[in-house]
Design a protein around this ligand. Structure first.
Ligand SMILES: [Zn+2]
Ligand SMILES: [Zn+2]
Length: 395
């Protein structure tokens, strides 16, 4: 038996699809989400929410103050697309060359707009406040960090925050929850081996950075296997090695770039300090100088276990316990981590995979697409979480 709230969500399905497709056809990269934020702000105003634009440049914040006082719960969607040419031949294909919503952020925006439409249609039934956070630049730009620095979690003070990401590994209709560790810290490094070049026929007159890089690569790969506990998770990936210009020239320098992933601060620091020691040691053994530049990226995303259990309980009731799974962390990154450093909350996954419809491609693929049934489903999931957290008893 569908109740009144589920009926309302069902009735907005066509509009949710239309909205998602409008955003999909006009993808905008991080901090350039001008049209997307206009669309979002337009709807939020139409729904009668308090709207604030211009935070973190293109961010849009909506606020619904309930009739009765209570806690403040925030929900967040990211709005940015990727620099990628869409390969799907669908009517709603990207209209912008070289840009595509290949991470599902178009759907995140549509889902949160659906939640706004739903709750703004029944303000009398809301006690406490609901805050909508539409953030720019999740894909590397750190829009979430900027928003937290600009005070998005204040006025009114947010008591808990929830966010979701579509997940093509999970079948449509399923919710995946990370109880505590959700995603990894995403750091990067640039290592330089600095020697002195010479003719390739006279290596003894050089201090060869290329030979040193060969040793550096193998030694770096022992850090995760020999220095980190097998019960912890860590990744070091070297993504680029460069140096030299010709077959008979030993260059002055060679460079190694890569990414480092970890799920807690202790491992993060261990990785960094061991990498620097290895770099120093290799450089010394080849009589070279070195450069070691380690740049911290997004922190690890750590859910509040109590909030994760609240998500599981809220979803379990109407969606069915069999459709709610606790899933392992991923070594990907997500700037929702910045909100979770400040307030308790939970970041979870919404299945968008459909074997039957051929929707099976991974994130960031030129063929990524979603089962649009996830749109009303996502609205219901967020509505249930808000209902549970604020104690509204709508379902
Ligand atoms: Zn992405
Ligand atoms: Zn994403």
């Amino acid at each position: 038996m569908r109740n009144a709230v589920q009926e309302k969500i069902g009735e907005m399905k066509d509009w949710l699809i239309e909205t998602r497709r409008a955003i999909h056809m006009n993808p905008e990269l991080g901090f350039e989400e001008v049209e997307t934020s206009k669309l979002v702000a337009g709807y939020l105003e139409k729904f009668g929410l308090q709207v604030k634009t211009g935070m973190a440049r293109t961010g849009v914040i909506g606020l619904l103050k309930g009739k009765k006082p209570g806690k403040t719960v925030a929900i967040r969607a990211d709005m940015d697309a990727l620099p990628l040419e869409e390969a799907n031949q669908v009517p709603y294909r990207s209209r912008v060359k070289g840009k595509m919503h290949a991470c599902g952020h178009d759907a995140h925006v549509a889902i949160l707009l659906g939640v706004a439409r739903l709750f703004s249609s029944m303000p009398d039934q809301v006690q406490g406040n609901i805050k909508w956070v539409f953030q720019p630049a999740e894909e590397g730009g750190g829009g979430g960090r900027l928003l937290t620095e600009e005070g998005v979690l204040e006025n009114p003070k947010v008591d808990a925050i929830f966010g979701a990401h579509l997940f093509p590994d999970l079948t449509i209709g399923k919710v995946g929850i990370h109880e505590k560790e959700g995603l990894a810290a995403t750091d990067r490094f640039v290592i330089k081996m600095i020697g002195s070049g010479a003719h390739g026929a006279y290596p003894h007159l050089s201090r060869d950075p290329i030979a040193a890089v060969g040793h550096l690569i193998t030694q770096i790969h022992t850090i995760v296997s020999r220095n980190i506990s097998p019960l912890d998770s860590a990744v070091i990936t070297i993504g680029r090695v460069s140096g030299g210009t010709a077959f008979n020239i030993i260059p002055d320098e060679a460079e190694v770039l890569g990414t480092v992933r970890s799920l807690n601060q202790k491992v993060r620091e261990e990785l960094k300090s061991r990498m620097e020691q290895v770099t120093q040691g290799v450089a010394k053994s080849f009589d070279l100088d070195y450069g070691f530049d380690f740049q911290y990226g997004y922190p690890a995303l750590i859910n509040d276990p109590e909030m994760s259990r609240l998500v599981a309980a809220a979803c379990g009731k109407g969606i069915g316990r069999e459709n709610v799974e606790f899933i392992r962390p991923s070594m990907g990154g997500e700037d929702f981590a910045y909100y979770l450093e400040k307030v308790p909350g939970s970041f979870f996954r919404l299945g968008c995979r459909s074997e039957a419809k051929g929707i099976v491609n991974p994130f960031h693929s030129s063929r990524f697409d979603i089962d649009e049934d996830v749109l009303p489903f996502g609205v219901e999931v967020f509505a249930r979480i808000i209902d549970e957290y604020l104690g509204l008893k709508l379902f």
